[in-house]
Structures are given as C-alpha cells and as structure tokens.
Design a protein around this ligand. Structure first.
Ligand code: PLP
Length: 392
C-alpha cells in the first residue's frame, strides 16, 4: 500500500522536465547544436569566483568538525547575522538574525511557510502566471489553492479580481516577483495598492492576510526597481534562495524571513520552524551556510542574461510575437500564435525547438522560454521561431 496522491505526483513528470529530457535524447540523435532547448531554468552564468574562493578558505581556516557538523536547526548565527546586515544595508529593513530561518533553498522554505499557515479551511491565493510547484506544496500542507486570473497583457496583478477571491478563510497570497514565468517585476504602485487592499480586508476579517514573497530572482532585474515587500506590507514573509542569484541551485541554500513587526511574528516563526521539523529539516548544509556568511555582498553578473533577453525580445517582437516587457528573472512569456500553446509547443518540438506551454503556470495561451542559453543558440533559433509564426 502506498499513498495515491504521492504516487501521482511522483509518476506524472513535470512538463518542463519531460521537455528537457526529450531535448537530451534528441541531442544524441541530431547533435546538441541542433536542439534549441528553452525549457529549464538552470542558471547558465557560473557562480562568482568568490564563492569557490570562500569554500577553499573555509576548508583551510575552519575546524573540519564544525564545517561538516550540524548547525542549529534555524541556521548558523554567523550566516544569519551576515544576511541581516546585508538586507539592512540595502533596504533599511530592521532585520534581526532571530527573524531568519536558513533553509535548503526556496522550495523547502515555501513548504514550511505554507504548512505554518494551514489553518482549518485556510485558503491561499496565487496570482497567475505562477510557479507550478505552489499548487502541490499548498495542497499537501492542507491549504485550498485558488488562482487569481492573469492580468493580460502586462502581467501585473488584477486587484479587482483578487479582491473578489478573498474570503474570511484567506490566510495568504503567494507572490513571485521578478516572476517565473512572465519575467515581469511587480511595480511599487501594484504592491502598494495590494497592501492597501490586504490591510482593509484583514481589518474586515479580523485576522491578518499574509503575503508570502517568493523571491529567488530578487537580484535578477534589468534596470527596474524590485521593491522589498516587507518595507511595503508588514505582514510579508520572504522565502529567498541563492539558487539563481549566485547560480547555486544544486547546493540547496536560502532562508525564510519573518519580519519583527509582522502579526504574530514570533509564533509564526516558531510554526515555520515546527513545520520544517516535521518535514525532516535538520539544518541547511553547514559548509554552504558558512559560504553564504562570507558572500552576502555578491551580486549576479547579469550581462549575459541581459544580452540574451534583448536578442530574444527584439528578435521575437520583430517577427510578430507578443509578450510582456521582461524586466527580470530569465524568462519570456509569449502569446502563442494561434492561441493554443500546447499545440504550438508540439509544432515547435517537431523543429527541435523546446518551449513550455503556460497551462501549468495557470495561463494557457502563452508559452515560456528560459534564456539561460548560449547566444549562438538564440541566433540559430530565431529563424525557426519566424517560420513557426509565418506558417500559422
Ligand atoms: N520559486 C520559483 C518562482 C522558482 O522559479 C524556483 C525554481 O526555479 C523556486 C521557487 C525553487 O527554488 P529553489 O531552487 O531555491 O528551491
């Protein structure tokens, strides 16, 4: 006997992984250079050199028993101090080490936060398009997952629709900006209006509605402001990750930040720690906590992503594709010619061009491309995109 829901999640591969693996198989047949794989969000810029230097230094100057030993479950104090100092220097946010819980990346942070917010009949609202894993994370935590329709074509937030979906059972809204898959950054105006609405509704319902700010792409923006949500809305809980900002997705390191002035801050923090505990969290990797303690000042080198972004945006709009302005992360979210993104993705696949339909992101009719790729691949793929749109 085994759990049917878990079986389904484990055996229904994600569409992104399917495409990526299909691309690997095709590469063996037609050659890697002839497959235009835009499926997976795996950073293509290497981690900064200082990260590798920090690893070497730590191995040399720190007691090996400490480097490889358990840390406290909430995280090493040195790492939490360094992160709080960096956040305070950038956002003047009043972060204290005791407000931070170090996690193995954003995903375990999100699952712990969702579980901590899962009151009986609790509902969480996600704004489409959204990272598909939110749904299984929320449902496994016992939350009812509701989707706010997308704000086409800008992909900000439709506040009137969101307001209609709020109820006395709403415990949280999950936001992701810069956004995967749209590449859009929510503006300060959007976030301030959302904060006003949530304050009003929290007062009406007599309990706080939290915003869970999923921010693995916070530092990946191209000339626009990415507001730090807790400075706009006090009841924000931040789930952060170094997977994208320092190109460390396989190392599994990030944190949850519960602001001191959030409602029930200390109890919420304890509930997050308790939720992590029952999910088997012992501590984040000790070596990586020490690396982060020395590397909080580092920022990603965005030149390569920015060049790819411009090449694709200019090239695709020139042949008639429509998309929201991609100001952040490393994705473009494009209106499918003909309106059916699954059919478009299938047609593209026949030409070894791999793009992800937006259905799992809560936004059918659009497809996502991830531009963590070589510029030569972009150059070679643009005529294929042109052929596809011209043959519609
Ligand atoms: N949230 C979003 C929006 C993501 O795109 C990803 C990964 O792609 C994650 C969370 C998970 O990040 P992590 O690798 O830190 O678990």
């Amino acid at each position: 006997m085994y759990n049917q829901k878990a079986y389904e999640l484990g055996s229904n591969r994600s569409c992104i992984r399917e495409l990526f693996e299909y691309g690997c198989r095709r590469a063996e047949v037609v050659g890697r250079e002839n497959v235009y794989d835009y499926s997976l969000g795996n950073p293509s810029v290497p981690a900064p050199k200082e990260v590798n230097d920090a690893i070497r230094q730590i191995l040399e100057d720190t007691d090996s028993v400490l480097v490889h030993g358990y840390t406290s479950a909430v995280g090493d104090l040195g790492a939490r101090k360094a992160i709080s100092e960096d956040l305070n220097a950038r956002y003047n946010a009043g972060v204290k080490p005791e407000n931070l819980f170090i996690t193995c990346g954003a995903a375990p942070g999100l699952t712990a936060v969702f579980r901590a917010l899962a009151v009986e009949n609790g509902e969480i609202l996600a704004v489409a398009p959204f990272f598909p894993e939110y749904r299984p994370f929320a449902e496994a935590a016992g939350l009812i997952f509701k989707v706010v329709p997308p704000d086409v074509p800008e992909f900000q937030i439709q506040l009137t629709e969101l307001e209609k979906m709020l109820s006395p059972n709403t415990t949280a809204v999950i936001l992701n900006s810069p956004n995967n898959p749209s590449g859009v950054v929510y503006t300060r105006k959007t976030l301030e209006s959302l904060a006003d609405l949530l304050r009003r509704k929290s007062a009406q319902y007599g309990h706080p509605i939290y915003v869970v700010a999923d921010e693995p792409y916070r530092e990946l923006s191209y000339g626009v402001e990415v507001p730090f949500l807790p400075t706009i809305y006090e009841n924000s809980i931040v789930c952060y990750s170094y997977s994208k900002s320092l190109s460390l997705p396989g190392e599994r390191i990030g944190y949850v930040y519960v602001p001191e002035n959030a409602a029930d801050s200390k109890a919420l923090y304890a509930a997050i720690a308790g939720s992590a505990r029952i999910a088997g969290h012992v501590c984040a990797p000790s070596l990586w906590q020490r690396v982060i303690a020395r590397c909080t000042h580092l920022r990603p080198d965005l030149q390569a992503y920015d060049r790819n972004r411009r090449m694709l945006y200019d090239g695709l709009t020139a042949c008639g594709y429509e998309m929201a302005k991609p100001d952040g992360a490393f994705y473009l979210f494009i209106k499918a010619p003909g309106g059916d993104a699954v059919a478009f993705s299938e047609r593209a696949k026949e030409k070894d061009l791999l793009v992800v339909p937006g259905n799992d992101f809560g936004c059918p009719g659009y497809f996502r491309i991830c531009y963590c790729v070589k510029p030569e691949m972009i150059e070679k793929s643009l005529p294929v995109f042109r052929e596809l749109i011209e043959s519609m």
